[in-house]
Design a protein around this ligand. Sequence first.
Ligand SMILES: *[C@@H]1O[C@H](CO)[C@@H](O)[C@H](O)[C@H]1NC(C)=O
Length: 269
Amino acid sequence: MKPAAATMLPRALPVLLLLLAAAVTVSAERAPTLVFILAGQSNMGGRGGATSGNRWDGVVPPECAPSPRTLRLSPSLRWEEAREPLHAGVDAGNVVGVGPGMPFAHALLRSPACPRGAVVGLVPCAQGGTPIANWSRGSEMYDRMVTRARVAGTGTGRVAALLWFQGEADAMRRDDALAYAGRMEAFVRDVRRDLAMPNLLVIQVGIATAQKQGKWLELVRKQQRAVRVANLKYVDAMGLPIADDMTHLTTQAQVRLGKMLADAYIATI
Ligand SMILES: *[C@@H]1O[C@H](CO)[C@@H](O)[C@H](O)[C@H]1NC(C)=O
């Protein structure tokens, strides 16, 4: 017995190490089952806690805490455990804070309607300050989003919806505001075609502020409600708390918006 056990251990060691390495690899490459694309401008990128001074305040409410069941597609296109700020490395050149993505995933996973064992994959794609013209087919933002969505939808995950929070930059000029519904309809059609998902659910957030306090907030909101494409849901951010900069949702507002987005998604399943 004793000599056998003594020779077993050294022989088993490489096997044990291999198994350990395999386990680590599997957990590092955990794949989502439900994938959500998050796009738009700064309020999707997240400025909760990041509107005064030059840094994010680091406050992460429990509704935005990381969880092994919430992943994000990293800037280098790998799945990793998601954490605030979700858009770090994506919403380039900006101080990013809390957005609606993490509280959305949290509310969804907590819902009894959520499929058992679901793993949510968030695909941050937002970029601060971008008018919808920056998202037309073939633009840098559009191509980045479609590339990331394609990678995210390869494998076990299914792209379940596109969450869209954008339009503040289009409230600065009347012509842009007036063109909004048409541009949004074209955007949705193009994304669905390029992802080969003709019925992709789109949840559009009604904007609550205008960039640089532009004059055409109500006109953009009216246009948002006038967008006519199938399978489009509307969630209104108007009335949620706004930071002192008069432009960005606060952290608590983002937590509430995340829940509203989750409710809107859950109503479709
Ligand atoms: C948005 O569009 C403007 C005008 O065409 C351009 O100058 C700017 O670089 C674009 N920004 C992004 C992030 O695509």
